[in-house]
Design a protein around this ligand. Structure first.
Ligand code: AMP
Ligand code: MG
Length: 360
């Protein structure tokens, strides 16, 4: 099938394109659309056949549930069995925005959406194109990130095309995503609200409003046999073609270690990428350096992470040496994704062991 791209510059002037996208949804087809987090691959959440197409187009495992996107607060009512007060408080504070709430599902939500779970993930995105597209569709939109399963999430329409060209009929192009990492997933069915996946609404913001909040132990560690509360967390994720290695330590030690490793890998004929920050970039004389942003602005670093990983692939890099970022504020979400992209390969900058073999 041919994949068309329609650019939306202005939601009023380009309403024809949005209506066309809505018509595809109503016909049970897929549409990729921009949100403030990443691009989503949407289908009518109430139509099992349409939702099945998402899993097929992405090659997504059937046990990985989808997030249901809505455009108005009252849309949540028929999707859930009960709406605890805490959910209402969070919705009023953070919706529309990058916060997904896990609630007990009602019977209108098909099993394929929730991968058979008794709970459903719901979010109201704040990107104006997403909100209008959902509103015109007239149904809740089930949407995972619009990439091939396992690959880095797309933050531009071009990224979506790179992954899904020929597999979906339409991409709405709303420019670069502002947050650039997937939403925070917060489980409200646990005794204490629990962050299953860190994102743009941070632990610090949530504790300020709610008091006690837990972070699932899988956020910065491999699951190693424990049951994933958020099934998506058990899969290899966000992986570029290049092998990623995270280097952890004090800034000076980290720079020294990355320079040593770069030297060592280059001698083996390996093309090395370095994922650096404004504060460190000038200390790298070799390797292909990309800068995430300043360490004092983690939200900006977060928004650049996925496009940097894709850029390393475009540059033909074999191995990416990534600096450890402090897992605070948006830094927690950055490290959650970076460690998964690295399959949890972390080198200690202070240790004397060098490198390890290149996977090839
Ligand atoms: P994606 O849409 O690709 O960003 O992935 C959606 C994420 O939300 C995955 O990590 C899922 O595991 C998680 N998720 C969706 N529904 C649920 C649910 N009912 N319970 C827990 N996690 C969920
Ligand atoms: Mg995804």
């Amino acid at each position: 099938m041919e994949t068309r791209i329609l650019r939306i510059n202005d939601i009023d002037k380009d309403c024809g394109a949005l209506l066309e996208a809505a018509k595809l949804i109503q016909a049970g087809e897929l549409v990729a659309f921009p949100t403030e987090t990443v691009y989503g691959l949407g289908a009518n959440a109430l139509n099992s056949g349409a939702v099945r197409k998402i899993f097929e187009a992405k090659g997504r495992p059937g046990d990985n549930p989808l997030i249901v996107h809505i455009s108005k607060l009252q849309d949540v009512d028929r999707l859930v069995r009960e709406l605890p007060l805490i959910a209402t408080v969070l919705m009023e504070r953070f919706w529309p925005g990058p916060l997904t709430l896990i609630l007990k599902k009602s019977s209108v939500v098909p099993d394929i959406v929730t991968a058979g779970l008794d709970t459903v993930a719901i979010r109201m995105p704040r990107h104006p194109v997403a909100l209008k597209f959902i509103e015109y569709s007239g149904v809740p939109i089930a949407a995972p990130s619009a990439n091939r399963s396992g690959h880095t999430s797309p933050t531009t329409a071009q990224h979506v095309l790179d992954d899904l060209d020929g597999r979906i009929p339409l991409i709405l192009d709303g420019g670069k995503c502002e947050v650039g990492l997937e939403s925070t997933v917060l489980d409200l069915t646990a005794d204490v609200p629990t962050i299953l996946r860190p994102g743009g609404v941070t632990y610090e913001m949530l504790t300020q409003l709610l008091g006690e909040v837990e972070i699932d132990s899988g956020a910065l560690k491999p699951l190693e046999g424990r049951l994933a509360k958020s099934p998506g967390m058990k899969y290899v994720h966000y992986a570029p073609r290049a092998q990623v290695v995270v280097v952890r330590g004090q800034i000076d030690e980290m720079i020294k270690k990355i320079n040593e490793l770069t030297q060592e890998y280059m001698e083996q004929g390996v093309t090395v990428g370095i994922l650096a920050t404004c504060e460190t970039k000038d200390h790298y004389k070799e390797g292909k350096v990309l800068v995430l942003g300043s360490r004092t602005q983690p939200a900006i670093m977060a928004s650049n992470l996925f496009s940097a990983l894709r850029q390393f692939d475009d540059m033909g890099v074999n191995i990416v040496l990534a600096e450890w970022i402090e897992p605070k504020d948006e830094g927690l979400a950055i490290m959650n994704r970076m460690l998964r992209a690295a399959a949890f390969r972390v080198v200690d900058a202070e240790s004397s062991t060098v490198g390890g073999g290149f996977r090839g």
